[in-house]
Ligand binder design. Structure first.
Ligand SMILES: Nc1nc2c(ncn2[C@@H]2O[C@H](COP(=O)(O)OP(=O)(O)OP(=O)(O)O)[C@@H](O)[C@H]2O)c(=O)[nH]1
Ligand SMILES: [Zn+2]
Length: 214
């Protein structure tokens, strides 16, 4: 389900607490998106946005790249139900230390089910279901994300090979399928807090995440 058009809509200066980036905005059209929830009709096409924080020379060698999926609860409120915020910080630190890299922030909140559905999934998790079972109970797949837009953004940035910061082998596979060579997987593992230990265990056991300390 290719993007018929991906275009850069903005490119601006972006100082952060970690280091000095440029912030780029991209927009793409997904043709025939795959349905994610049982019984819910999907439009023929939808417009999606993604943000890239870019630092340094990203062309003379495969750059560090983090594809971070939106997690309002973690990224904004520093939730300790999940490891997202800590992973975001880890990635920004690694890129800054390397002096070069790309953080792609894509907007498939809640592994693509959306914010309200994710909050409903949290309710179900409070009743004992795990992160996968809760999605399924709500009629969703365990993971509804598609990574064509991040891959297309990398192609637009003329980046063909990357060192991908992730614990998720499916993300590596998704990049390779979309034509981005992953020359190295760089671990995105963060120290487990008690509040999200079980969540990590489920990601390891049911979603195949590579986690050494869990
Ligand atoms: N549906 C759902 N989404 C969640 C839950 N907890 C976190 N998320 C979302 O999960 C996404 C991040 O995916 P993860 O499974 O944590 O990690 P990943 O991106 O697959 O892999 P890494 O690259 O290793 O981080 C974000 O969009 C979060 O909003 C949950 O309990 N239910
Ligand atoms: Zn999260």
């Amino acid at each position: 389900m290719p993007f018929s058009s991906v275009r850069k809509v903005a490119d601006a200066d972006f100082p952060t607490r970690w280091g000095h980036f440029r912030i780029l905005g991209f927009e793409g059209v997904v043709e025939n998106p795959v349905p994610c929830q049982d019984g819910t009709p999907v439009p023929d096409r939808k417009v999606e946005g993604a943000v890239a924080l870019v630092m340094g020379d990203i062309h003379s060698a495969p750059p560090l790249v983090r594809i971070h999926s939106q997690c309002l609860t973690g990224d904004v409120f520093h939730s300790l139900r999940c490891d997202c915020r800590l992973q975001l910080e880890l990635a920004l630190r690694k890129i800054t230390e390397a002096g070069a890299g790309i953080l792609l922030y894509e907007q498939q909140e809640g592994r693509g089910i959306g914010l309200m559905a994710k909050l409903k999934a949290y309710e179900l998790q409070d009743q004992g279901l795990d992160t996968v079972e809760a999605n399924v109970e709500l009629g969703f797949k365990a993971d509804c994300r598609e990574f064509e837009l991040p891959a297309a953004v990398l192609q637009l940035l003329e980046v063909e090979a990357v060192r991908l910061i992730t614990n998720n082998p499916e993300k590596v596979q998704a990049m390779e399928t979309a034509g981005i060579r992953v020359v190295e997987r760089v671990s995105a593992e963060v120290p487990a807090e008690e509040t999200f230990e079980r969540y990590l265990k489920v990601k390891q056991e049911k979603m195949g995440h590579i986690l050494e300390g869990v």
